[in-house]
Ligand binder design. Sequence first.
Ligand SMILES: Cc1cc2nc3c(=O)[nH]c(=O)nc-3n(C[C@H](O)[C@H](O)[C@H](O)COP(=O)(O)O)c2cc1C
Length: 366
Amino acid sequence: MSVLPHQNPNETDSVTQPQPAGELSEAPLTALGKAAREFKLGNVTLNGRVFLAPMAGYTDTAFRRLARRHGAAMVVTEMVSSRALLAGSEKTSDLMEFTEPERPVGIQLFGGDPVIMGEAAAKVAEEVKPDVIDINFGCPVGKILKCDAGAAVLKEPQRAGWIVEAMVKATEGKMPITVKTRAGYDAMDNAVFEVLEAVQDAGASALAIHARTRNQMFEGKAHWEVIARLKVKAKIPIIGNGDVKSAEDAYRLFKETNCDGIMIGRGSMGAPWIFEEINHYLETGKPMRAPSLKFRIGVALEQLKCSIEVKGPRLGLLEMRKHLTHYLKGFEGARDMRQKLLTSDDADWVVKSLGEIYESLPESEL
Ligand SMILES: Cc1cc2nc3c(=O)[nH]c(=O)nc-3n(C[C@H](O)[C@H](O)[C@H](O)COP(=O)(O)O)c2cc1C
């Protein structure tokens, strides 16, 4: 049984009530020329401008369902190897599995060879039928760079265009091909602008930009000014990404860069309701009340149950642990219990215990 009332992702206001404190002194986003929630990504119309960023090891089907239900306009799978996909890898098929309520959903592919990426895209379009195919041109990890994939294209921007061109051709316009990259490789130079030019000329429908260089990995601050500069040059929508942890951050990112949409990664860990909070703030200028511990435990329990249902008790619990550490951050008072919940190998016990904690918390508890 779901512990949460089912929410329509198209409605923002249903979990918590706005409170007057902390209202925006400036006009909300609706007055910044982004009045409509509607966002066009090629031939796909999205009902919002705030997306869940792909995160390997995190954005599985259980988490994506929650993100969509709590207002994410689109979700993307964990990255999938184009070579493994063509080789028929079972693990890759599992990574690409999604449910209808997750739509609109993107499958993210990585690879460095235009021919293989084209073939992989055709197979995804034909067999998996997502709404969007996204390309990972941002991964900074050595084993991905070694295959000329991920952020490696920032060293050879033309190849980004060849890959997009091959994928657009292979999918025959059936779905948008989007790109996600970084602000640069070693430094913030012209490479990302060359990538933009190459991919938009090749038919990409949007460019998402994690505003850090490959060298920065996930350290230091995201350079939002690069997003603003790309937006000035772009003929396709620019989706800004990096360091959005709150509704106020989201507002600032839109305002400072004029980007068309934003993506949230780490800020959604243990907090898939962040999309709803952002949508609400952007549209009304008013913050939502912080969710109660009961609400947060309820969402965690729902994700855990889904994770176990999809992956089985052992893997389902194991993979949920990193999410649970985030969900249980406000649970510091009960340190022993928190520790047990985060270390137990007994999925039934963790579900039962979280359920009991949920039941014991008062509705109004903050
Ligand atoms: C654990 C983890 C896994 C990630 N996996 C991917 C991935 O598979 N594909 C991708 O394009 N980006 C990936 N990213 C990068 C995020 O999508 C995002 O660009 C980055 O975290 C910056 O956004 P944030 O500050 O909102 O987290 C990952 C990030 C993290 C933290």
